[in-house]
Design a protein around this ligand. Structure first.
Ligand code: GTP
Ligand code: MG
Length: 325
């Protein structure tokens, strides 16, 4: 490890009390409101801390010392290349999908899978919880996963079924997945706000939210609720982005589609969540059904890859490309 990296990790694992200007009382208050690590404080806003009951001057001081300790400041282009080199690529375990994604799912950003029911969104998410545990030389991060389930579709038995294909022990694989069911959109938000310690303690490098929009969609009904819904969804997605940057995790979310009311002739669907979803998902993949167990993944948005399509199959063994079978 280089001395630069040592400094980085020292800052990363620093206790809140070690931050200049943070006394034990402030530290315990911060922990109480869900800010337990230097990373989450460094990426918090003064407003967030103030609305949780911290005085404005203290909030300001705490955030700036957290930022200083993590050296969040202007960087030169060449340093940015170095910082970006921390971004990892996680294999999906499905070769055609990996190729479409230019190697796999990236850490430090949000990847969204959207499509109609039964198109394989939850299957892909569950498989990623397995592949994230593979060692880096096999395309994984050698780390655990955090799964936030809003639709009660996570199946531990399915994980046990998928693990052997990757040479992993089914029981051990399950132990490295931290699961939480979110009952409402507010619960979903609160779960993530309190996730930093869980992420750190369990060495988590993949966060799944399946589905990210369903509660928001069913709770905020009617036109007049659209603005507050989008505001809450926006906050939630930004929290995800900040967690992904702070802990270098991959974030994968799923999303439903709705029929486009202005399409008369063809069946056109678009993802839920409007511009907010569109602007915060860095990579978007649309899934549709083919014959039998065939699914087609289409890369719709990517910061650096061309649009394209890939076939995949949902089998007993998991989600596979034809090359894997
Ligand atoms: P919604 O959450 O309802 O929007 O759908 P989704 O896109 O999450 O679909 P999901 O990932 O749950 O995919 C469901 C499909 O996977 C089903 O149509 C099944 O064909 C297939 N599937 C799920 N479990 C198994 C399994 O254990 N074995 C096999 N062979 N296929 C499975
Ligand atoms: Mg699902």
């Amino acid at each position: 490890m280089s001395s630069e990296q040592m400094e980085y990790y020292k800052a990363k694992y620093q206790a809140l009390e070690d931050l200049p200007g943070v006394g034990p009382a402030t530290a315990s208050k911060l922990r109480e409101i869900g800010f337990r690590t230097v990373e989450t404080i460094a990426t918090a806003t003064v407003h967030e801390l103030v609305s949780a009951g911290i005085g404005e001057a203290t909030a300001d001081k705490v955030i700036s010392s957290a930022r200083k300790s993590m050296a969040i400041t202007f960087v030169r282009g060449d340093e940015l290349v170095k910082l970006r080199s921390n971004i990892g690529q996680l294999t999906t375990g499905c070769s055609s999908l990996d190729n479409l994604l230019g190697g796999g799912i990236e850490s430090q950003s949000i990847t969204e899978f959207y499509g109609e029911f039964g198109t394989g969104k939850s299957q892909i998410c569950q498989q990623l919880c397995v592949t994230v545990q593979l060692p880096p030389e096999r395309g994984g991060f050698g780390c655990g996963a955090l799964y936030i389930d809003t639709e009660n579709t996570f199946r531990p038995e399915r994980i046990q079924q998928m693990a052997p294909r990757f040479g992993l022990d089914p029981e051990e694989t399950l132990k490295n997945i931290i699961f939480a069911e979110a009952y409402t959109s507010n619960h979903q938000t609160v779960l993530l706000e309190n996730a930093d310690e869980v992420i750190k303690e369990n060495n988590i490098r993949l966060i799944v939210v399946d589905s990210v929009t369903s509660h928001f969609r069913s709770e905020y009904l009617g036109r007049e609720m659209l603005a507050p819904r989008q505001q809450e969804l926006n906050k939630h997605l930004h929290k995800l982005i900040r967690l992904s940057r702070s802990f270098n995790t991959a974030v994968v979310v799923t999303n439903q589609v709705m029929a486009q009311p202005d399409a008369f002739f063809a069946k056109v669907v678009k993802p839920v969540g409007g511009h907010i979803m569109g602007h915060t998902s860095h990579t978007r993949v649309f899934l549709r059904k083919g014959r039998n167990n065939l699914r087609i993944a289409k890369l719709v948005v990517s910061p650096f890859l061309p649009e394209g399509e890939a076939p995949l199959r949902i089998t007993e063994r998991g989600v596979e490309g034809d090359e894997d079978i």
